[in-house]
Design a protein around this ligand. Structure first.
Ligand SMILES: *[C@@H]1O[C@H](CO)[C@@H](O)[C@H](O)[C@H]1NC(C)=O
Ligand SMILES: *[C@@H]1O[C@H](CO)[C@@H](O)[C@H](O)[C@H]1NC(C)=O
Ligand SMILES: *[C@@H]1O[C@H](CO)[C@@H](O)[C@H](O)[C@H]1NC(C)=O
Ligand SMILES: *[C@@H]1O[C@H](CO)[C@@H](O)[C@H](O)[C@H]1NC(C)=O
Ligand SMILES: *[C@@H]1O[C@H](CO)[C@@H](O)[C@H](O)[C@H]1NC(C)=O
Ligand SMILES: *[C@@H]1O[C@H](CO)[C@@H](O)[C@H](O)[C@H]1NC(C)=O
Ligand SMILES: *[C@@H]1O[C@H](CO)[C@@H](O)[C@H](O)[C@H]1NC(C)=O
Length: 332
């Protein structure tokens, strides 16, 4: 309802109620009403100071009468008379709702003159996240779209943050195109409107990628001693490991050789190295997105060794030469 309409309704009402002198103008219109701010669910008292001989008084919500004197017109059980004497006429609203927001008017008639006091009730609601994307598991390279819906009064801001890069986006949506493995983490949605502490929630994004073998070393070993070959792989989900000997013969555990699989690596544990253990071992790491392999040597110390362990079996010409010379040496 516009101010002019309200003014009309009020003037009419006052005229009807109290049969005041016709043509009397309601006073004090036009000056800004006081704002009363209250949190949704709390209660509020609307005070009206009356300092003169008052014959009639009323409280209105927009153009609806709540009270005239001690007569309650409102059917709303949340509305009650807080105080009523010669200097104070106040009402109370319990469990304030958003719908209660708006202009309230205290009208009274003193010395046959209608007067009004206005308050504007502002109802605030703390910012709260009402729905947010579920945790996600995607493959590297896919696009990821996250949403975060929030409510509150005044309208809350919504921002997306992560712990590595800080602020990522303002708004309900976060779009990550072609996600990379290093972007896998918790994304935090924060909503705030200054009414209460910000509300935050997290979405965990898992980025799957095929195994990459990161660490492979050729190892010297002495007959009769122990030795370890390691194969370290990064992968999501974690890789499963297999070991092969030169000709792709699977390596099997026995009383001198144990395979120990851990989360990110696999170990070949030689408990008592013998001649037959020297040679070329291939570690094969796989998950549902792919596989990768790397080869390494368990070699006799003192053997002239210059080759590098090979990842993915890719070897340069020089590497191949070294490999060949080592094979020759090993056969000696
Ligand atoms: C009441 O609030 C409104 C809107 O927020 C503002 O424009 C106005 O100045 C406020 N009035 C007073 C008296 O503070
Ligand atoms: C009216 O009530 C208010 C609040 O209870 C009190 O402070 C004030 O003194 C009272 N005034 C009169 C005239 O009784
Ligand atoms: C005030 O009026 C609005 C609109 O008619 C209504 O929804 C609300 O419940 C009323 N509140 C009170 C406290 O009377
Ligand atoms: C949240 O949003 C999703 C996707 O739009 C929808 O399927 C789900 O029902 C919503 N949950 C709630 C509690 O509103
Ligand atoms: C290692 O194996 C050799 C030959 O089989 C055996 O003689 C030796 O006792 C073993 N050493 C250990 C520590 O088991
Ligand atoms: C090892 O990796 C190479 C290069 O990617 C590939 O050609 C070869 O087939 C792989 N070996 C196995 C046993 O998967
Ligand atoms: C070890 O075996 C792999 C797979 O058979 C092969 O690609 C690689 O060249 C071999 N490495 C050496 C040093 O012989």
């Amino acid at each position: 309802m516009s101010c002019a309409m309200l003014r009309h309704a009020l003037a009419l009402l006052l005229a009807l109620l109290w049969k005041g002198p016709s043509g009397a103008q309601a006073a004090e219109f036009g000056h800004l009403p006081d704002n009363i701010t209250v949190l949704e669910g709390e209660s509020v008292v609307l005070r009206c100071k009356i300092d003169e001989e008052v014959t009639h008084k009323a409280w209105l919500n927009r153009s609806n009468i709540l009270f005239t004197g001690t007569d309650k017109w409102s059917l709303d059980s949340r509305v009650s008379l807080e105080n009523n004497n010669n200097s104070d006429f106040s009402i109370r609203i319990e469990r304030v709702m958003v719908a209660d927001e708006g202009p309230y008017t205290c009208s009274f008639q003193a010395r046959n003159k209608p007067r009004t006091a206005h308050v504007y009730l502002i109802v605030q609601v703390p910012a709260r996240i009402v729905n947010i994307s579920q945790d996600k598991s995607v493959n590297e390279g896919e696009d990821v779209n996250l949403f975060c819906l929030a409510v509150g009064r005044p309208e809350p801001t919504i921002t997306w943050k992560d712990f590595k890069y800080g602020l990522l986006n303002e708004g309900e949506f976060l779009e990550i195109t072609e996600i990379k493995r290093h972007q896998a983490e918790d994304f935090e949605c924060i909503t705030n409107n200054g009414v209460a502490p910000p509300d935050t929630r997290k979405v965990k994004v898992t980025v799957n990628y095929p195994p990459i073998i990161t660490d492979v070393k050729n190892m010297p070993a002495q007959v009769g001693k122990t030795a370890i070959l390691r194969c370290e792989a990064m992968a999501v989900p974690t890789a499963s490991f297999e070991w092969y000997r030169d000709d792709r013969r699977p390596v099997e555990s026995d009383n001198t050789l144990k395979i120990k699989n851990e989360k990110t690596r696999s170990l070949l544990l030689f408990t008592n190295v013998t001649e037959k253990h020297f040679g070329n071992y291939t570690c094969f790491a796989s998950n549902r997105l792919g596989a990768s392999n790397a080869s390494m040597l368990l070699f006799r110390p003192g053997a002239v060794y210059g080759g590098a362990a090979s990842l993915n079996g890719r070897l340069s010409g020089v590497g191949l030469w070294f490999c060949l010379s080592i094979s020759v040496l090993m056969k000696v």
